[in-house]
Write a protein that binds this ligand. Structure first.
Ligand code: PLP
Length: 358
């Protein structure tokens, strides 16, 4: 019915916080003064530059990074960074990769199209049910890349690997979900479509001294320095996505900042894992210390019931629970915007489904 409460568990693009969705609607509505909306103005005009400035300042504030790091806002998603990163930083040194799931494998495959890349740890042979042990890391390597949170396999590193080489992190599905030592990272990237608003914007954090390693013959668009020097306005940015990102950062701060997000996210994940572990009908096989707080894949005892679960859950106002096509099963994505009510509604539905079908 029209009054049904919907809890959206989509992996991305994902649910917006309700206040952000309202501010977006207001921003696009006709204005009393007749002026164009935020999506219809020059990115070089005063009105948009104020948004851009506040966006960068709030991003830096939440990440806790200072002048040692540049923050650039790009397009192309994490997938473009899989190539962009080795193109910029691994021309004359070999990069190293830690592989804990599907996305790390994809990042590695792109790096290997450009040159050699070493795997210094992988849990692929065990089906990505635990984080990889790290083997020997050559001190000469360009960087160590890891995937902070594996969105499909549901594994998360508690903290960045502590190594002497620059660390490069794919933080797509855990960006700004908890306090994190961003300032310790050499480079990090994340698309906005999970925890920072809508698709079209990719945040890249890069330690400034690494910019000196970039070769001089890259296309200008694909050279990180171009974006640092132009304040991320080398060409037309995804202006509406920037605006929504700003509203999302304001919301995160209203909700207690990264500590507030962490408290919320911890409680949600604990509630869902507890429900899965308490039942013989649902399973999540990931090692307890490696389990993701953001994306929780799970299976019904009988794989044939997955489709029914997904369909009935959607009817019950719980869309987005179908697992990724690479893995099957079910998956609940519990990004910042989701509240505890959503998890409680899911747990109720799971119990009910088990009683009827288990
Ligand atoms: N890396 C991780 C960990 C992801 O979750 C995703 C998104 O689904 C990607 C990379 C790909 O992101 P994009 O679609 O922004 O290229």
């Amino acid at each position: 019915s029209a009054t049904q409460v919907i809890h959206n568990f989509s992996a991305g693009p994902a649910a917006l916080p309700q206040p952000v969705r309202e501010r977006l609607a207001e921003a696009l509505a006709p204005r009393p003064d007749g002026q164009p909306s935020v999506a219809e103005i020059s990115h070089r005009g005063k009105r948009f530059l104020a948004i851009a400035e506040e966006l960068e300042a709030r991003l830096r504030g939440l990440m806790g990074v200072g002048d040692d790091h540049a923050v650039v806002l790009l397009q192309g998603g994490a997938n473009l960074q899989f190539a962009w990163l080795p193109m910029n930083l691994a021309r004359d040194r070999t990069p190293a990769y830690l592989i804990s799931g599907y996305w790390g494998q994809k990042a590695l495959a792109e790096a290997r199209r450009l040159g050699p890349a070493e795997v210094v740890g992988s849990s692929a042979d065990e089906g990505f049910l635990d984080l990889p042990e790290m083997g020997h890391l050559p001190s000469e390597c360009a960087y160590l890349h890891y995937t902070g949170n594996e969105t499909i396999h549901g594994l998360q590193f508690a903290s960045p690997p502590a190594v002497a080489v620059p660390v490069a992190a794919d933080l797509s599905s855990e960006f700004l979900s908890r306090p994190y030592p961003y300032a310790d990272l050499g480079l990090a990237y994340a698309g906005a479509q999970k925890n920072l608003g809508i698709a079209g914007l990719t945040v890249v954090l890069i330690r400034r001294d690494l910019l000196d390693r970039i070769p001089d013959d890259l296309p200008r668009f694909l050279d990180y320095r171009t974006w640092v020097q132009s304040d991320s306005m080398y060409n037309t940015p995804a202006t509406l996505a920037w605006y929504v990102a700003l509203e999302t950062l304001r919301w995160i701060e209203e909700e207690g900042g990264l500590a507030g997000m962490a408290a919320r996210n911890q409680a949600k994940a604990e509630a869902l894992y507890a429900a899965i572990d308490a039942s013989d009908f649902y399973t999540n096989p990931v090692a307890a210390h490696a389990r993701s707080l953001m994306n929780i894949p799970f299976w019904t005892a009988d794989e044939a019931l997955v489709a029914a679960f997904v369909g009935e859950a959607e009817q019950a106002g719980l869309p987005g629970l179908k697992g990724h096509r690479a893995l099957g099963g079910l998956r609940a994505s519990l990004y910042n915007a989701l509240d505890m009510d959503a998890v409680l509604a899911l747990v109720d539905f799971m119990r009910d489904f088990e009683q009827r079908r288990g």
